[in-house]
Structures are given as structure tokens and as C-alpha cells.
Design a protein around this ligand. Structure first.
Ligand SMILES: Nc1ncnc2c1ncn2[C@@H]1O[C@H](COP(=O)(O)OP(=O)(O)OP(=O)(O)O)[C@@H](O)[C@H]1O
Length: 250
């Protein structure tokens, strides 16, 4: 008999090790990390520079491979997939938001949002996309080109694009890194609403305690290891936690 679990896991890594390079110059970017990202939650990954945040995100999202250990999206182990299946998984089950907005300049806002679906030949769920346009507040900009938008508006398009295919999990790598604090706050509020209103999962790498405070939970890395988790973070609590790492290291 199987027991139903109430907490679904959107993504996780188990005993994740990532070594870059070989010999004397080898860097152990992840040193045995096990962490799960619960479905329907907004999780931030934090830690000092070089602690392995981006590496963890890239390996969890199937953008890079682990040296040893395992990464899962839902129940699918990424290491078991050949290149073609991995590409399909990234296309159909995962969304991405990067620091650079990566919009196509010649396409309109509406076309940029549906681009991944159009490329895959999927019809997409038009009602879902219509609702997304309202969540990101771009109804009156749909026929504009990216160059006619502010940075914050461009990142909102990128967020809508990431959610367009109803992915199981959206990975965001420093999504507010190129934005002023006001636009950044809007994008973070938007990620939060997307999680709450549409029951999606977001995993975000950030070095900004204010950004991390928008998440439901923060996981902390130091020297390639998971060292702490914090529920209901505030910027002050996150900052204090980061300072404690620095005190230990100095
Ligand atoms: N492609 C690579 N080749 C060699 N070393 C790498 C590579 N990518 C990352 N590293 C090293 O792995 C470690 C972890 O890097 P990573 O980018 O994951 O850290 P981070 O916590 O995201 O850092 P930051 O906050 O500065 O972006 C660092 O020591 C980095 O120099």
C-alpha cells in the first residue's frame, strides 16, 4: 500500500556533487548537496559568492550535469535522459528567467510570451496565457516591441514567457540583477503572485536579502554545501544569517 503525501516535490537533488576541471585546478562547486524544492512554493537559494548557487540551479534544471548524485524534476531523474529527452523536458516541464531578459527584439510582447509554445508546435492553453497577461500587467503593451518597454516591463514579459507552457517549475537566476529596486520589487511581487494564484513553483537564485524575503523559504549554501533553511524569511533575518557565515569564515 502506498501512502499519499501532501507535499509534492517539484524538483530535488540528492547527494549532488559537481566538480569543474581536473587535477590541481579542480573546483568542487557542489559538495554533496541534498535539497528538495516543494511544489507550489517560492524558494530562494542564497549564499556567499562562489558558494555554488548557480551551479545548483543549473544542475537541478537540467542545464548542466552533476559529477555524481542525482537531480529530479518531479519523479524524472535527469541523468537517465538522453539529450533529446532532456531537451524536451526543459522545453515542456521547466521555465527559465535569467538576469538578461533574452527577449527577441523583432517580436511583439504577445509573440515573445508564446514563442516557446509556437516553436514547439504546441497550441498552448489560451485561457492560461490570457490570465498570465493580467498577472504580469502587460495587457496594454501586447503589441509593443521589447525596445519600447522599460527593463522591469521586459522582465515581466520574460516571466510570462517562462510560465506560458504551464511548467512544473520555473528557475530564475538573479532575475532582478539588472533592475532598479522598484522594478525589481515589481518582478518579485509578480513571481510571488504567480506562485500563489496559479499554484506554480519558483526556485530563484539571488544574492539580495530583500529579493529573498519575497520567497516562502530560503535555502543557504556555503562552500558547495547546504548549511541552513529558513521559513518565512525577512530581509533582516536573511542578512543576519549571511553575516554569521562571514563571521565563521573570517
Ligand atoms: N564553468 C566553470 N568552470 C570552472 N569553475 C566554475 C565554473 N562555474 C563555476 N565555477 C566555480 O564553481 C564555484 C561555484 O560557482 P557558482 O557560480 O555556482 O557560485 P555562485 O554561488 O552562483 O556565485 P555568484 O554569487 O558569485 O554568482 C566557484 O568557485 C566558481 O568559480
Amino acid at each position: 500500500m502506498t501512502t499519499a503525501t501532501t507535499t509534492r516535490t517539484a524538483a530535488r537533488v540528492v547527494d549532488a556533487v559537481k566538480v569543474y576541471g581536473v587535477g590541481d585546478t579542480a573546483v568542487r562547486a557542489l559538495d554533496g548537496v541534498s535539497v528538495d524544492f516543494p511544489a507550489g512554493r517560492f524558494t530562494a537559494i542564497m549564499g556567499p559568492s562562489g558558494s555554488g548557487k548557480s551551479t545548483l540551479m543549473h544542475c537541478a534544471a537540467g542545464l548542466d550535469t552533476l559529477t555524481s548524485g542525482a537531480a529530479y524534476i518531479g519523479d524524472t531523474e535527469l541523468g537517465s535522459l538522453d539529450d533529446r529527452r532532456l531537451t524536451l523536458l526543459r522545453r515542456d516541464r521547466v521555465g527559465f528567467v535569467f538576469q538578461a531578459f533574452n527577449l527577441v527584439p523583432t517580436l511583439t510582447v504577445a509573440e515573445n510570451i508564446t514563442l516557446p509554445l509556437d516553436l514547439s508546435g504546441a497550441r498552448g492553453d489560451r485561457e492560461w496565457i490570457d490570465a498570465l497577461v493580467d498577472v504580469v500587467g502587460l495587457r496594454d503593451r501586447l503589441h509593443h516591441r521589447p525596445s519600447e518597454l522599460s527593463g522591469g516591463q521586459q522582465q515581466r514579459v520574460a516571466v510570462a514567457r517562462a510560465f506560458a507552457g504551464r511548467p512544473e517549475v520555473v528557475f530564475a537566476d538573479e532575475p532582478t540583477g539588472n533592475l532598479d529596486s522598484r522594478s525589481g520589487g515589481e518582478v518579485l511581487g509578480l513571481l510571488r503572485r504567480a506562485v500563489q494564484q496559479t499554484d506554480r513553483t519558483v526556485v530563484m537564485v539571488t544574492h539580495d536579502p530583500v529579493a529573498a524575503a519575497h520567497a516562502d523559504e530560503v535555502v543557504f549554501l556555503a562552500d558547495g554545501r547546504l548549511v541552513d533553511r529558513m521559513d518565512s524569511p525577512t530581509a533582516e533575518k536573511v542578512l543576519d544569517r549571511l553575516k554569521a557565515f562571514e563571521d565563521v569564515r573570517s
